[in-house]
Design a protein around this ligand. Structure first.
Ligand SMILES: [Zn+2]
Ligand SMILES: [Zn+2]
Length: 315
C-alpha cells in the first residue's frame, strides 16, 4: 500500500468528497477496539502500538479518544472495509470462482439487465460480491453494446473489434472465459485488444491480445479500426496523458465508453468531454454491472469506491 496522506490531508479530501457527493450520516455506535498490536499505528496521530477497529480491522487507533475523533469518517465505511477483508479471504479460498460463476450464468443468449438477473439471488454476500468483481468488465461491455446497438451495428459474420484503453492488471486478470461470455450473451464474436503502459505484449487467450503503451489513434494503422473503445475507471481528470487521446477519439466516428468510480468524477469527465466537442451517446449514469465489492483508496484510510460504478458513452 502506498503511503497514506497525513491525517489532516485525508480529512481535507474526505470533506471535499462529502461536499461533492453528500451522503446521509451513518448513526452507528462506534465499534469497540480490538487488542493492541505492535505492527499498527494510530490513524490520527501515528503512535503505536495501536488497536484495530473491532469490526473491520481496517483502521487502528491509539485509544478511544482518537477513535471517537475519527468516527465521523470511519462509521460510513466500516462495513465496507469489513467487506473488503471478507472478500479478500473468500477470493483466496476460491481460486476457481470464475468457473462457479459461469456454471450459474443463464444459458440463454440474452444480455441480463441486473446482477440478480445474471447471478440469481441466493448467493452468500462475499461470493456474490466477488463474482460481480470478476465479471464487472465483461458484463459492462455487454451492457453498453446493448445500449449502443444503433452505433455498433451487429453484422452476422464479422468479428467485433473492441479496444480497451488504459488496460492494466485488473483488465488483464479477467479470465478469458468471462470475456467470451460477453460475446455469448450478445450472440457475436469479439476480438479484444488491451492497451496500457504496464502491459507486456502477447496473447492473453483466444481473440484477446495485450499491447503495451498509451492508447493513441495511430495504433489503428497497426491494430485495425475498432467498433468500440472502452476505458474502465480510466481517470480522465487525473492523468494529463488523456488529453491527446480524447482529442483524437472525439469525432473519429468510433464510439468510446468510459467508466468512473464516483458520480462527481463522471460529471467532471462529462464536462471536459463536452468542452472538447465530444457528443454524448449515453449521459453518465449508474452502471447496473458495477462491481459490488468495495475497493479501498490507496491514500485515504476511510475511503472506498466501486469499480465501474458509473458509465457514459461518447463519439
Ligand atoms: Zn492516536
Ligand atoms: Zn471499522
Amino acid at each position: 500500500m502506498p503511503r497514506l496522506l497525513d491525517y489532516v490531508g485525508q480529512c481535507a479530501e474526505l470533506e471535499k468528497m462529502a461536499r461533492l457527493e453528500p451522503r446521509p450520516a451513518v448513526e452507528a455506535a462506534s465499534p469497540g477496539l480490538a487488542g493492541p498490536s505492535a505492527d499498527l499505528a494510530c490513524l490520527v496521530c501515528g503512535a503505536g502500538p495501536a488497536r484495530p477497529c473491532g469490526y473491520c480491522r481496517g483502521v487502528a487507533y491509539c485509544g478511544d479518544e482518537h477513535r471517537d475523533r475519527d468516527a465521523r469518517w470511519h462509521a460510513p465505511v466500516c462495513a465496507d472495509l469489513r467487506a473488503i477483508a471478507d472478500d479478500l479471504a473468500f477470493a483466496a479460498e476460491h481460486p476457481r470462482l470464475a468457473d462457479a460463476l459461469l456454471a450459474r450464468a443463464p444459458s440463454s443468449a440474452a444480455v441480463p439487465t441486473s446482477w440478480a438477473d445474471y447471478l440469481g439471488a441466493d448467493l452468500a454476500a462475499s461470493e456474490r460480491r466477488c463474482m460481480t468483481d470478476l465479471a464487472t468488465r465483461p458484463l459492462t461491455l455487454a451492457h453498453v453494446l446493448t445500449l449502443l446497438s444503433e452505433h455498433v451495428p451487429k453484422t452476422s459474420s464479422e468479428v467485433c473489434e473492441i479496444h480497451i484503453m488504459a488496460a492494466a492488471r485488473r483488465e488483464r486478470d479477467v479470465p478469458p472465459a468471462l470475456w467470451s461470455e460477453a460475446g455469448r450473451l450478445l450472440g457475436r464474436r469479439f476480438a479484444l485488444t488491451l492497451v496500457g503502459p504496464e502491459l507486456a505484449p502477447g496473447d492473453l487467450g483466444p481473440g484477446i491480445r495485450a499491447v503495451p503503451g498509451l492508447y493513441r489513434r495511430d495504433l489503428w494503422q497497426r491494430l485495425g479500426r475498432p467498433a468500440l473503445v472502452i476505458g474502465y475507471d480510466c481517470g480522465l481528470l487525473l492523468y494529463p496523458t488523456w488529453k491527446q487521446t480524447m482529442l483524437e477519439l472525439r469525432g473519429s466516428g468510433v464510439p468510446f465508453v468510459i467508466t468512473s468510480y464516483r458520480g462527481w468524477e463522471a460529471a467532471g469527465e462529462a464536462r471536459v468531454l463536452k468542452a472538447i466537442g465530444a457528443v454524448p451517446l449515453l449521459a453518465p449514469a449508474l452502471n447496473p454491472f458495477a462491481s459490488l465489492s468495495p475497493r479501498r483508496s490507496t491514500t485515504i484510510a476511510n475511503d472506498v469506491a466501486r469499480d465501474n460504478a458509473y458509465l457514459s458513452a461518447w463519439r
